[in-house]
Design a protein around this ligand. Structure first.
Ligand code: IPE
Ligand code: IPE
Ligand code: MG
Length: 242
């Protein structure tokens, strides 16, 4: 691998597991949904700051395939926060040059939310300042299983030869097709697990875990994390020669 590829610097693609909204609220004696609303405000602040910090791709985990296990009230509340975020932010994101996309299985989501998602994806499709990807009803295993199904369908249809199924052909059938792999994955709230996030894509990502709960996470802390990232040495299985 060329030396320039392993020179540390700004991570082009940062992925975040936004965790700790519930604890932030319950520690104050408030309903969990208050924490989720405060979390959505944090998303606004981080999205605004990202381009200035050199980030081109930002991928955030909003709702996992496992989060359906939560109470109906919490699930419905989260879905309405997503819808409101899209409605309220559409104008601002479009003019700021943000391209918004979603990953995860959509058919389980409310049709009205699905329409809002498709609408903003279309509206911001020509933007290139920041590629913001929001993972909703997303699970790494589910995404990989769906990609495998597409491979099987293409092989069955005769449009893909079995011997042409390689890493590239497979990645092209993931929800993240066209996006670069994340360089850095950040998880807030002190949990040190990946909870089914970007399993395929994070093969060589660097990880940062911070005890800060998501509603308290600031652009300043993100900048500190990026500084630490810049000092890391990425090897991709090779050796440093220079
Ligand atoms: C993250 O915060 C947001 C979602 C998973 C939707 P949590 O709701 O998981 O907050 P904690 O982990 O219970 O504190
Ligand atoms: C991961 O957080 C999913 C999101 C942040 C959307 P969880 O709170 O659902 O993860 P676990 O249950 O602690 O692993
Ligand atoms: Mg959590």
């Amino acid at each position: 691998m060329a030396a320039k590829d392993i020179t540390p610097g700004t991570p082009a693609h940062v992925a975040i597991i936004m965790d700790g909204n519930g604890r932030w609220a319950t520690s104050r004696g408030w309903p969990r949904l208050v924490g989720h609303r405060r979390g959505a405000e944090r998303v606004r602040a981080i999205v605004k700051a990202a381009p200035g910090l050199g980030i081109r791709y930002l991928t955030i985990y909003a709702f996992s395939t496992e989060n359906w296990k939560r109470s109906t009230e919490e699930v419905i509340g989260l879905m309405s926060i997503f819808a409101r975020y899209i409605e309220n932010e559409a104008e601002r994101l479009s003019t700021a040059g943000v391209r918004l996309r979603f990953i995860g299985g959509r058919e389980k989501l409310d049709p009205k939310l699905q329409r809002l998602m498709a609408g903003i994806e279309e509206r911001t499709a020509g933007n290139d300042v920041l590629h913001l990807t929001v993972a909703i009803n997303y699970g790494g295993r589910d995404e990989i299983a769906r990609a495998a199904r597409r491979v099987a369908e293409d092989v069955a249809a005769g449009t893909l030869a079995p011997e042409a199924v390689d890493e590239e052909a497979f990645a092209a059938r993931l929800d993240t097709a066209g996006l670069p792999d994340p360089d850095l994955v950040i998880r807030t709230s002190g949990e040190t697990r990946i909870s089914n996030y970007l399993l395929w894509q994070s093969a060589y990502a660097e990880y940062e875990f911070t005890p800060t709960l998501w509603p308290d996470f600031t652009p300043g802390e993100l900048a500190d994390i990026l500084d630490r990232f810049a000092r890391r040495e990425r090897r991709y299985g090779g050796v440093i020669t220079a």
